[in-house]
Unconditional design. Structure first.
Length: 257
C-alpha cells in the first residue's frame, strides 16, 4: 500500500486546489470533507487526469464522534499517511455577542480541536514510521486581532503558533511541520464583489502551486504573494492598538457577508 497525502476540506476552494497540485506530482490521496457526492466526483476526475489512487471519506470533522470513527478506521486499515494537509475550516463574521453560540462552538471544534486531534493521531503514526510532513492552513488573519471576526482570527492564530511550536518539538522525530498563511483567496468562503475589487485576491490554484513548491523546500512559514508578505511584515511593526483599529476597519469593509 503506498503512502497517502490526506487532505481535509478537499471538496472545494483551496483544499481542492491543493489536492489537484499534489495529484499532479503523482501523489496518492485521501480526500476528506462533508460532501460525499462532490468528493466522489473529484476523486474520479483526479484519477482519470493524473493516474493516481484517490480515496475519499465523507466526514464532518467538527463532530468529535465522527472524527474518532474516521481515525479508528485509518488505524484498523493500517493506512500509511506521510503528508497531512489540514485545510478544513469555517468562518464567522459579525459582533461576537450577536452570533449564535452553536455556530461559534462549531468553528472552534473544527478550526482548533479537530486540527489538533488530527495532528496528534497522525503525528504519532508518522513518528512510528520514521517521519512525515504536516501542513496546517492558517491565514493572514492569524497575525493580528480580528474585530468582527474575532473567533476566526483567534482560531487561525492558534494554528499559526501551534504549528511553529510543533515544528521545533517534532524535528527529532523526522516530522516536518509547515503553516500556510494566505491572504484573500477566491473560494466559496471569500468570494464577494467588494473583495474582488479591493483586496488583491489570489486564485486558489496559484496559492496551491506556491504552497507545494514551498513544502518541497521544507519552509516553516508559507505566505503566498509578495503583497501579503509585505503587508504582514509592515503590519507587525506597528503598535497593537493601531493594528486592532486597522483590522476592524478592514473586516467591516471587506466582510464576506
Amino acid at each position: 500500500m503506498p503512502p497517502y497525502a490526506l487532505i481535509t476540506g478537499a471538496s472545494s476552494g483551496l483544499g481542492l486546489a491543493l489536492a489537484e497540485a499534489l495529484a499532479r506530482q503523482g501523489r496518492s490521496l485521501i480526500l476528506v470533507a462533508r460532501q460525499r457526492d462532490a468528493l466522489e466526483t473529484i476523486a474520479l476526475e483526479l484519477t482519470q487526469r493524473f493516474g493516481v489512487e484517490v480515496l475519499f471519506r465523507a466526514c464532518d470533522l467538527g463532530e468529535p464522534l465522527r472524527l474518532s470513527g474516521f481515525l479508528l478506521e485509518l488505524e484498523e486499515n493500517q493506512t500509511r499517511i506521510n503528508l497531512l494537509v489540514n485545510c478544513a475550516g469555517v468562518r464567522s463574521h459579525g459582533h461576537f455577542l450577536a452570533q449564535d453560540w452553536g455556530q461559534e462552538q462549531d468553528l472552534l471544534e473544527l478550526n482548533v480541536l479537530a486540527l489538533a486531534r488530527l495532528r496528534h493521531a497522525l503525528g504519532n503514526s508518522m513518528a512510528v514510521q520514521g517521519g512525515g510532513q504536516i501542513l496546517n492552513v492558517a491565514s493572514a488573519a492569524a497575525f493580528q486581532p480580528g474585530p468582527w471576526m474575532s473567533s476566526y482570527a483567534a482560531s487561525k492564530a492558534f494554528v499559526l503558533h501551534f504549528s511553529e511550536g510543533l515544528r521545533e518539538e517534532l524535528k527529532q522525530t523526522g516530522i516536518r511541520v509547515s503553516v500556510l498563511c494566505p491572504g484573500p483567496v477566491r473560494s466559496p468562503l471569500r468570494n464577494t464583489p467588494r473583495l474582488e475589487r479591493s483586496a488583491w485576491p489570489q486564485r486558489a490554484d496559484e496559492v496551491a502551486l506556491y504552497t507545494v513548491r514551498a513544502l518541497a523546500k521544507n519552509r516553516a512559514l508559507i505566505i503566498p504573494g509578495w503583497r501579503n508578505r509585505w503587508l504582514l511584515r509592515a503590519g507587525c511593526l506597528g503598535p497593537r492598538w493601531l493594528r486592532r483599529k486597522l483590522a476592524a476597519w478592514a473586516n467591516r469593509r471587506y466582510a464576506p457577508y
